[in-house]
Ligand binder design. Sequence first.
Ligand SMILES: Nc1ncnc2c1ncn2[C@@H]1O[C@H](COP(=O)(O)OP(=O)(O)OP(=O)(O)O)[C@@H](O)[C@H]1O
Length: 236
Amino acid sequence: MTLLRVDIKNAGYDKEKNIIQDIAFSLQRGELVGLIGPNGAGKSTTIKSILQLIENMEGEISFYDNRYSYIPERPIFYDELTLWEHLDFIAAVEELEDKAYKKKAEELLRLYKLLDFGHELPTTYSKGMQQKAMLVLATITSPEIYIIDEPFIGLDPNAMKSFLTSIQEERKRGVGILMSTHVLDTAEKVCDRFLLVNNGKLAASGTIKEIRQQCNLPEGSLFDCFHFIAEELEDE
Ligand SMILES: Nc1ncnc2c1ncn2[C@@H]1O[C@H](COP(=O)(O)OP(=O)(O)OP(=O)(O)O)[C@@H](O)[C@H]1O
């Protein structure tokens, strides 16, 4: 079952200048799709277009379930709320059942080793702790779709493992995840499909096998394919 369908004709920050063109794909139930590409390729712009945060966008975005969580590249918190107060706030807005939500919140805080810091202000956390706190806040509502902009940078190996465990659990629930990342070896291991963006366009897409075929690199890793695509376009 399709959870999200994206058909972006073009989008940009300025009416006169398109940053991305012709990016079309869908996200199925239980699927983890990796959005890959060099710095400035247009990954965040694609995500912002999906979230309708870009004014100059031509195309169509269809969410088949409106319960989605967006995890931005840079964590954002309310200055004066502790992590538990953030959680309480979300629970109130989403009308989550009190006992079940508190149990789930405790499990997540334990998973991400934040239980001892729950009554502190996330704005005073380290970068990795802030990222983990964002993951807790995104997961607490049990969304059907996650849109995650670069989750790995800043996470220590334990936190990385916790994150991967958590998303595997969520996938069993049928959740669909679109995740942009530069950590290609991990992406290659965990993602079902990939979207390789370069120069604002979809340069290749599909399973690693399909991407290898498109790049004519039958034994290539995702890293090799990424370089092939980035260099090929540079030579044009
Ligand atoms: N708010 C903005 N206003 C104007 N141009 C922007 C804005 N944000 C991004 N851009 C431009 O859009 C292009 C694509 O940027 P984008 O942030 O989508 O890349 P990215 O693939 O996410 O890169 P990175 O891997 O570095 O995060 C870049 O040329 C960038 O300068």
